[in-house]
Design a binder for this molecule. Structure first.
Ligand SMILES: C[S@@+](CC[C@H](N)C(=O)[O-])C[C@H]1O[C@@H](n2cnc3c(N)ncnc32)[C@H](O)[C@@H]1O
Length: 232
């Protein structure tokens, strides 16, 4: 199945979980929300780190991905749950019935201790990203952590994006950042650093760390930029 990105699926899953452990910690009793879980690339390595107290909930707008996760991943279905929601996305679910900017996550406040969103905000409009950051904050417990990836436009990366030398390419500006393809705006989205900092704060999340990614021509493990934050 396409849409997840190139490279070794399992190895990248292990690397993402390794980065999550290093940057945001993973505890055996974590209750994890994986937003835009795709084909559950991080679920299998996480299943080796969580004990019986821990749990994992992943959701995605692709029915096909969620069906595959449910059918094929060798994880305990009582503690590793995958759910599909028919959320609209120009890239992943064009005819979806639910607007991403108005989608309330169907979990009560403070349900999770760790939220993971890898290569998800790089496929959301600014309005959807704002909603998702607010919903992540709402569903995190106090001291809960967020490990998320973005394409962040700051002085360095904006110069590269404008000189058309990034992978992916960003060709068109909008108020909050740049997109790769105006005919498919959610194929690749980069946000302005200032906008992201303001939106994170307005959601009630506190910035902890930022790790620039390989898309900026840096010799680092993660292709996308990594952002770590927590709910105070
Ligand atoms: C590049 S894939 C990454 C999947 C997974 N996080 C990983 O790292 O393997 C992006 C995922 O985000 C999902 N997605 C895109 N827009 C979404 C939305 N509004 N809500 C939930 N999932 C979404 C896609 O269906 C796709 O599975």
């Amino acid at each position: 199945m396409g849409g997840i990105g190139s490279g070794d699926f399992w190895q990248i899953g292990n690397e993402i979980v390794g980065l999550t452990m290093a940057a945001a910690r993973v505890y055996p009793d974590d209750r994890i929300l994986d937003v835009g879980c795709g084909l559950g690339r991080v679920a299998l390595p996480l299943s080796r780190l969580l004990d019986q107290r821990g749990s994992y909930d992943g959701f995605d707008t692709s029915r096909e991905y969620i069906e595959w996760c449910t059918r094929s991943l060798p994880v305990d279905p009582a503690r590793f749950r995958f759910r599909h929601f028919d959320i609209q996305s120009s890239h992943y679910n064009e005819t979806g019935a639910i607007a991403a900017e108005a989608f309330p996550f169907p979990w009560p406040d403070q349900s999770f201790s760790l939220a993971i969103a890898v290569s998800l905000f790089t496929h959301l409009s600014a309005a959807a990203a704002t909603n998702y950051l607010h919903e992540i904050a709402r569903t995190l417990q106090a001291d809960g952590r967020l490990f998320a990836s973005f394409f962040v436009l700051d002085e360095q990366s904006r110069t590269l994006a404008e000189s058309d030398t990034t992978d992916p390419r960003f060709t068109a500006r909008f108020d909050e950042g740049m997109i790769g393809d105006p005919s498919n705006p959610e194929a690749a989205v980069a946000f302005n650093a200032e906008w992201l900092a303001d939106t994170l704060a307005s959601a009630g999340l506190v910035f902890d760390a930022f790790y620039p990614g390989r898309w900026r021509h840096l010799p680092v493990m993660s292709h996308q930029d990594i952002l770590v934050a927590h709910k105070p």
